[in-house]
Design a protein around this ligand. Sequence first.
Ligand code: UD1
Length: 381
Amino acid sequence: MKTIILAFGTRPEATKMAPVYTALQQTEGLRPLILSTGQQRVQLDGALSAFGIRPDEDLQVMTERQTLADLTGKIVPQAGKMLRRMGADMVLVHGDTTTSFCVALSAFYEGIPVGHVEAGLRSGSLSEPFPEEANRRLTGVLSTLDFAPTSGAATNLRREGKPEGGLFVTGQTAVDAVRMVAGRVPLRPEWQARLDAGQRLVTITMHRRENLPVMPELARALAEVAAAHPELYFVYPVSLNPAVREAVFPVLSNLSNLELCEPLDYHDMAPLMAASELLATDSGGLQEEGAALGVPVAVLRNVTERPEGVAAGVLKLAGNDGPQVRRVLLELLADPETLSRMKQARNPYGDGQAAGRVAQAVAWHFGLSERPQDWIDSELD
Ligand code: UD1
């Protein structure tokens, strides 16, 4: 029996790793365990509860207003010891967080092979998103197995010289996750009542570190868009990061058709996104979830590491300049034809079977299975 540790610490990692955990549980010869770093103590539990999963171990590294260096200084020495204690034969990390990079580094020092889920995304700019672009590149240097969600991400890894043998195109596990929850869980009654009364929903999220300096300006743009569209009801779950809250609350509190709420558990977030007319966000995961649900996404960033959604037509880069974001959102909302075209765009991120491919690849690594077939998005190639 091989022990596979899934290590993560933030909400999006938990959501996207939950289907992988389930798939590993169903794979003969593999025993998955979860190591939480606790980078985001509160938000993580809410993400996992939607899937009925609990961490087996928790490093509890989070402190109020932690810096990236604080996190790194705590995770690197602790994770390796814990992985040894848990009997890790392999550790799986996800994407681009500081948790992922630090656990990968720690595992590398311990001689434990690393599998990287959501490998190969690149914006091409080390400063956007910061520090995620560096985290995912550094994790890629340390990983033995790379699970690229798209053929484009695999191409990025080949360009960086990653060996073909450890490279798999799996599709994006966010598609698996959103399908496991949306459609099965009802929308919160208060938002359903808005829909029943003829209002349409827009979901907003903003938390990127590189957007912090412009966040008050972005918030003002959103306030103006909300004022121009009383027929819409905007729901904005605000990150627990105090720097984000200080930027957003003074501008967006007390608007009649914009609700600021606490971060949502996935069983509230998934139906909210699915019922929305539009997502306006600087998040990475919401770009994939919007594409999977057929909900248009205005991306509040200058660059995206998810160009497939822009090419397919479901994502629109709106930048992070207040007046420009205001203009792009007002144009989109006044243009039902474009919105409807975006809704019908093909989902370039997967078929909902990504987690099964990851599990099979891990089993293949240990000689327990055939190598999985890559997921091929033929329309993209
Ligand atoms: C981190 C990830 C980002 C991911 C996001 C999802 C890094 C570098 N960034 O962003 O890629 O999209 O999580 O949420 O890993 N805090 C609380 N309670 C919580 C969570 C956070 O108080 O439950 C506070 C922390 O004390 C911290 C701040 O919020 O000071 C930011 O938390 P952090 O985990 O560093 O999040 P981000 O960098 O915003």
